[in-house]
Design a protein around this ligand. Structure first.
Ligand SMILES: Cc1cc2nc3c(=O)[nH]c(=O)nc-3n(C[C@H](O)[C@H](O)[C@H](O)COP(=O)(O)OP(=O)(O)OC[C@H]3O[C@@H](n4cnc5c(N)ncnc54)[C@H](O)[C@@H]3O)c2cc1C
Length: 468
């Protein structure tokens, strides 16, 4: 059998403990943070690029599907091995290879945990802005493959804005090296940007060169509670008219506030319909304090605001930011199933989207939580339902499609940061019409003519049916 031949062949150059085939241990590699799961036939743990290259060559020779996997925190099912085959996981390629303070770059292997890089940089007074809320579990390889966002993206940009070099292995087993430590590079097509955000469908990332920054010395956090969610969205639009560029502007609705307050047992105002969290950072204490004062006054005078608070110190600010980071885990802890629309709209459309979601008609059994990186126009609209109840399942998907259609009608995107993977794939034609999807498929075919790398993602299968 082809798969046994494949296993025998990779066994010639990998150690026994680098190849996992027993079902109990394989279940660990069968899921991510969505509700999807599928068991692979094997999981392989390479230790270096040379091994990745040889594994990919064997996959190509024996027509074995490969799904790259990072921390499995993905929220679109990208790391789920839907067609079986092999999972390529990187816990043994987790070294920070270099922190180059002279040029301000870090060079990392794909399995480095996001938070480990942050800690290493923090010790030197440096930082790498892209830090998703999943920081303790997600990997740099996964973040680059998803072009991950995070709370500070509104000021600092997304992961793609920091990737300057990539080493990757193509499905054929060839290794390519792109870019490096230059800040400017326009030699040929921008394949670094193409691979960044390609969700493991074009190439396997084996080394990443990332731009890093000096950590801002001063930060201030403002918390505003409002009695109306649409007014909160209006306030967020108004913040950006002041000319001040906050590094984070986040929104939480009453379900998010109440759920996370209970989950973490922290004193948030549970009577509020909405909470807006704003952070300003910089290197000058006077400048940051002036901006904080101006935004504090703006919040206080905004329609619907009934309380505004300036965090007394970084420790208190961290508690507020923890509450934002833990919204999704707290919603999951309610024990319901959830569908999440990671939609992004032009920022001035935010109040319209929020109003649309609030006015959606649905049965009492379902609940819709709205929170997210609202400063970017990016909301995570999370529908809580019971998958085993078919009426609730149908209703949840009906609501999801309504939200997607409205987002596209507003000139928005079906996913702001979590990617297409499995969960958005069926709806992608709503946003990408005409020749766009076929052109993307031709790009995929150019990288992966046999269709072996992360199959069943991004592009709808030939049956065209919706996958739930
Ligand atoms: C609690 C929580 C909070 C979150 N917060 C955020 C947030 O603030 N911002 C945000 O953008 N996302 C967030 N996410 C989603 C998720 O954490 C990100 O998408 C993250 O970047 C995924 O990284 P990962 O290492 O877990 O990748 P995985 O989930 O393992 O994989 C994600 C994709 O990357 C591919 N991949 C992984 N490694 C490689 C590689 N070496 N080469 C090629 N492809 C590869 C996989 O095939 C898959 O398609 C959150 C998730 C959770 C559960």
């Amino acid at each position: 059998m082809a798969f046994d031949d494949f296993l025998r062949e990779i066994g010639n150059f990998l150690k026994e403990d680098q190849i996992i085939t027993d079902k109990d241990n394989l279940s660990h590699f069968s899921y991510d943070a969505t509700e999807r799961h599928s068991l692979p036939q094997a999981a392989v743990l390479p230790e270096n690029t040379e091994q990745v290259s040889r594994i990919m060559r064997c996959c190509s020779m024996h027509n074995v599907a490969v799904t790259p996997q990072g921390g499995r925190t993905g929220l679109s099912g990208g790391a789920v091995p839907v067609t079986g085959g092999v999972v390529l996981a990187f816990p043994r390629m987790n070294r920070i290879l270099e922190i180059d303070e002279a040029n301000m770059f870090a060079v990392v292997e794909p399995g480095v945990i996001s938070n480990d890089l942050q800690k290493a940089l923090n010790e030197r007074g440096l930082f790498f802005p892209p830090d998703p809320s999943s920081t303790v579990d997600s990997t740099l390889g996964g973040n680059v493959a998803e072009n991950a966002g995070y709370t500070r993206a509104v000021k600092y940009g997304v992961t793609r804005d920091y990737v300057r070099g990539i080493e990757a292995v193509l499905p054929s087993g060839e290794t390519i090296t792109l870019g490096g430590k230059t800040l400017k590079n326009v030699a040929g097509y921008d394949l670094i940007s193409l691979i960044t955000g390609s969700e493991g469908t074009l190439a396997v990332i084996t080394k990443i060169t990332l731009r890093i920054l000096t950590r801002p010395r001063v930060r201030r956090t403002i918390v505003a509670y409002l009695d109306d969610l649409v007014s909160a969205a209006d306030l967020i639009v108004a913040v950006f008219r002041t000319g001040i560029m906050p590094c984070a502007v986040e929104l939480m609705d009453t379900i998010a506030i109440n759920t996370v307050a209970g989950y973490l047992n922290i004193p948030l105002d549970r009577t509020a319909a909405a909470m807006v969290l704003i952070e300003i950072d910089g290197h000058s204490e006077d400048a940051v304090d002036n901006e904080a004062r101006e935004l504090h006054a703006l919040c206080r005078n905004a329609p619907g605001t009934f309380d505004v608070h300036l965090a007394a110190d970084d420790a208190e600010a961290d508690r507020f930011w923890l509450s934002r980071r833990e919204v999704l885990p707290s919603l999951k802890a309610l024990g319901k199933d959830h569908l999440e629309a990671d939609v992004a709209v032009p920022r001035y459309k935010l109040p319209f989207l929020v109003r649309f979601v609030r006015n959606l008609k649905h049965g009492d059994a379902l609940r819709i939580a709205t929170y997210g990186h609202a400063g970017d126009g990016n909301l995570h609209v999370t529908i809580l339902y019971r998958r085993r109840n078919f009426a609730e399942l149908d209703e949840a998907y009906r609501l999801l499609e309504q939200i997607y259609r409205e987002t596209v009608a507003m000139g928005g995107s079906l996913t702001g940061e979590h990617g297409v993977g499995l969960t958005v794939m069926d709806y992608l034609p709503l946003q990408l019409g005409g020749e766009v999807l076929p052109l993307m498929k031709r790009v995929k075919d150019a990288f992966d003519p046999k269709g072996l790398l992360n199959p069943g993602k991004v592009f709808k299968g030939p049956d065209g049916s919706k996958k739930r």
